[in-house]
Design a protein around this ligand. Sequence first.
Ligand code: FE2
Length: 156
Amino acid sequence: MTNEYINFMVFLENTLATFYQRIKNLARLEGARAVLEFMEVHSFEHAKIIEETRERYPRPAVRESMISDFQNNLLNNVLKKISDEKDILTVLKVLADSEESIGKLYLSMSSLLKKLAGHYVSVANQIEEIAKQEFDHRDLLLKDRERISQKINSKS
Ligand SMILES: [Fe+2]
């Protein structure tokens, strides 16, 4: 999984911010200018925060080829070495050694996956934080809508 979803989220927030930037100056939306400007600022800020997760929580590189490299080595060296080996003790020692190195390979793979999981948990927490702010922004817009609605009603 690449981290392209971050690009998409940054693009989404920037698009939204630019949209707010544009509509805040429309005469027909003048009454809501302050809240629209607030939304513009915070959407740009969201884009920035999301972009910064790349540096704050760098994604550990997973070199998946380490498994195929290992397999090539196993096929080319170990199995070839024992297929003509007459001494049973040598065969068993070579097999034991290769089991041990598979174990070590899996340990490093497992530790890498745990680091990767940690990376995704950190990014997920950050995104969850932003999600909460979106709900706050919804409420803010609704509050302003209510305020304007009352103003309109009081005139009529
Ligand atoms: Fe946002």
